[in-house]
Design a binder for this molecule. Structure first.
Ligand code: GLC
Length: 754
């Protein structure tokens, strides 16, 4: 008798989980009220916590190789959704056990090349292609674009980011988000916010002024979020002014949602943040990739009242709103076979417009494809398509420069070709032994730059011109070492020295090609090269892109998205960036224990002072150090020439219409980029000499063709953030609108009184 009483009492106590409502777009509140506390918590803590909760059983990754998942709750018709990297293309496992199909994804150009196109329409097309692969491989949200400001050239992840300027960065990110999301899949703009170094990235405390945050480090995210409404945002690992970016309620709720009107969901970076309740309370809805301890901590925080049910439900609601938008929820059946060939063509088009011609004297370029080329530089034979870490992509192939030149019709100097064929085979073996299987985080060991003198001497006789490729690959988890990565090595300098001496002695030209993910030092060697082509890491079609530009089949139209300074020490952040530590092993990224609060023990490791404030990149050089520039922000040459005239600045609704007539005065078709900077009166607040407020790229103009480029400058874009009143302020006075080719160009000017 007693047992049956106890049994019935126990049964009554355990809520028999009724079938409950099945999730629809229009019954989210009802579903929330039917969810148990455990179900709410497991929804917010990513797939790696699924084991902690027996109501799911779907802890597998959803798509092999994906970065993570949001747990589903079958009882309520809530499907698991899948999150996968990254900014240069979808990253999932290319092969699966027992499945003869392959799952390669297009390796698009890196973010820095996309911003170098200054062509947001083209970037949107890249997004459309990339988003199609997200959809057809069964992923719901891609963890990109990466959009952190290029504060310093040594940051290991700059290849995943766009620019030193918030407008170019924000507009490029917005185009990417729009393109990707046009497929009905989500994005996750990252890493929000002020995540500008890799060293000690889980615990570094970025000390940034409110004005620099508002005008620079939040501004590009604000532009992208307001313009393109990303489904999700990923917060960054680091602290900002003593608070974890993932636990900052003022930014994640008051500014992001309160001021910018963001309606999507926020997720942490993988292992980011510290206090589970602090994250949810701040408005960081998802704790990725999840763990049992995070789940238990979140559950406990609601039970002990430190996290309110209201805050928990707010995050649950935002995650359910994300889920009901997903292809998974909509029952989309992925083909698992996107059109990689069509996407390769998009990759090619984007790369063609992002390569920057930095120097071209005595018409060294273009070089007719009927010529014989001496192709130097180990990277010519091992072209770098992108960076390492989560921003990597499993591409179906990479076209190196040797192959690209052959495809374009060039003949290769036999002596040079024979040397590299043998040498690269040896180096490949040596590097494989060092790199092991997948050098995911750290930069790979690469072939050493060596060429016997006689090979150079002989080719100076037999070849018509020389191309030298200099390569750099690095990535997530580690910043670049000034001595071993930013500077060229002795071997590289010697190679350039010897080749230019031998070829110039024969009156032949030398072109240096930079296949790099971030800037290298150029001043010390650039006078030895007749031409310099900055091709960044241009994705799987890189070799074809570079060859088509070298031959003149494509006229380069890329422009610098950052300043190339005369030397590293002229960089405004040089005194406040970890220059010497960067050569430490990659675990320096996880160097300091994360205890939930920053320690200010070691400068540049535990904390980084953003002392340059808003004077980042050209904002610094134009205002304080005009001579510190080798190539200015916005700079880029063409095989043709353009004449600008007839600048007009006309008041319009909510801003100004700026127009300039561009005429192609050269002999070949080409595209030009009109940049509109504004010089504001700095009476009540100090201002940079100029700030980019708009830009536009012309269509392809034939020789003699004219085109009037129109650019709208929104009124509120002229405001500065006045910390004294915590407001955006546009002070009255005379503003000078400057239509310029780059940040150092005097350009065409018009004064406007405001
Ligand atoms: C990483 C990166 C982030 C990436 C995530 C998932 O640590 O910081 O960019 O999306 O983890 O791989």
């Amino acid at each position: 008798m007693l047992t049956s009483i106890i049994l019935s009492a126990v049964l009554a106590a355990t809520p028999v989980l009724s079938e409950g409502p099945v999730l629809r777009e229009d019954n989210i509140k009802e579903v929330i009220s039917a969810m148990t506390l455990e179900e709410k918590c497991i929804l917010l803590v990513g797939g790696n916590a699924a084991k902690a909760f027996d109501g799911i059983g779907n802890s597998e990754k959803g798509v092999p190789g994906a970065a993570g998942t949001v747990n589903g709750i079958p009882r309520l018709g809530i499907p698991q959704i899948v999150l996968a990297d990254g900014p240069a293309g979808l990253r999932i496992s290319p092969e699966r056990e027992g499945d003869e199909r392959t799952f390669y994804c297009t390796g698009f150009p890196i973010a820095t090349l996309l911003s170098s196109t200054w062509n947001t329409d083209l970037v949107e097309k890249v997004g459309q292609a990339m988003g199609n692969e997200v959809l057809e491989y069964g992923v719901d949200v891609i963890l990109g674009p990466g959009a952190n400001i290029h504060r310093n050239p040594l940051c290991g992840r700059n290849f995943e980011y766009y620019s030193e300027d918030p407008l170019l960065s924000g507009e490029t990110a917005a185009a990417m988000i729009k393109g990707i999301q046009s497929n009905g899949v989500g994005t996750s703009i990252k890493h929000f916010f002020a995540n500008n170094q890799e060293l000690n990235r889980l615990a570094n405390d970025a000390i940034v002024s409110e004005r620099a945050l508002r005008e620079i480090y939040l501004k590009n995210f604000e532009i992208a979020i307001r313009k393109a409404a990303p489904w999700t945002i990923m917060t960054s690992y680091n602290y900002v002014n003593g608070i974890h970016a993932a636990e900052n309620r003022r930014v994640l709720t008051d500014i992001l949602r309160g001021e910018w009107g963001f309606e999507g969901a926020v997720m942490s970076d993988w292992g980011g943040g510290y206090h589970a309740d602090g994250m949810v309370r701040a408005g960081n809805d998802m704790i990725q990739p999840g763990s049992e301890s995070r789940y238990k901590a979140l559950l406990a925080s609601v039970k002990d009242g430190s996290l309110s049910m209201e805050d928990l439900d707010n995050s649950v609601e935002r995650v359910l709103k994300l889920i009901v938008k997903s292809p998974k929820f909509r029952g989309y059946v992925p083909s698992e076979a996107p059109d990689l060939k069509a996407h390769a063509a998009v990759c090619r088009d984007a790369a063609d417009e992002g390569v920057i011609l930095l120097k071209n004297e005595m018409a060294a370029l273009p070089l007719g494809a009927d010529k014989k080329v001496a192709l130097f530089g180990v990277t010519s034979y091992d072209f770098i398509a992108g960076g390492t870490g989560s921003g990597d992509v499993h591409r179906p192939y990479v076209v190196d420069l040797k192959e690209g030149l052959a495809n374009a019709g060039y003949a290769l100097d036999e002596g040079v070709d024979a040397f590299y064929a043998e040498y690269m085979a040896q180096e490949e073996e040596r590097c494989k032994r060092i790199n092991g299987s997948s050098p995911w985080f750290i930069d790979r060991e690469r072939a050493i730059e060596v060429v016997p003198v006689e090979v150079i001497e002989n080719s100076a006789v037999s070849a018509d011109a020389a191309f030298i490729t200099i390569g750099r690959v690095f990535g997530e988890g580690k910043d670049r070492d000034y001595y071993h990565s930013y500077l060229l090595s002795e071997n590289e300098l010697e190679l350039i020295e010897r080749v230019s001496k031998a070829f110039h002695a024969k009156g032949k030209k030398v072109t240096v090609i930079l296949n790099i993910g971030g800037l290298v030092e150029m001043t010390s060697w650039i006078d030895k090269a007749d031409a310099v082509l900055l091709c960044w890491q241009s994705g799987e079609e890189g070799g074809n892109t570079v060859a088509s530009i070298l031959s003149g089949e494509v006229n380069p139209s890329g422009h610098l998205p950052m300043t190339v300074s005369l030397s590293y020490d002229r960089e405004p952040s040089a005194a406040n960036f970890p220059k010497i530590f960067a050569d430490k092993p990659f675990n320096y990224s996880f160097y300091r224990q994360v205890k939930g609060h920053p320690h200010h023990t070691v400068k540049d490791i535990d904390y980084t002072l953003y002392d340059e404030g808003i004077y980042v990149g050209y904002r610094h050089f134009c205002t304080f150090d005009k001579k510190g520039v080798l190539f200015p922000f916005g700079y880029g040459l063409s095989y043709t020439s353009f004449l600008w005239k007839g600048l007009k600045v006309e008041k319009a609704e909510g801003g100004w219409n700026v127009s300039v007539t561009v005429r192609n005065t050269g002999k070949v078709s080409g595209k030009d980029v009109v940049q509109v900077y504004v010089h504001a009166p700095g009476k009540t607040l100090d201002k940079p000499e100029r700030e980019l407020r708009g830009f536009g790229k012309t269509p392809l103009l034939a020789p003699g063709e004219e085109y009037t480029q129109e650019i709208f400058i929104p009124e509120n874009s002229l405001a500065s953030f006045d910390e004294r009143v915590s407001e955006w302020v546009t002070e009255p006075g005379r503003y000078t609108f400057i239509a310029a080719r780059n940040a150092s160009d005097r350009g065409l000017k018009k004064k406007v009184k405001i």
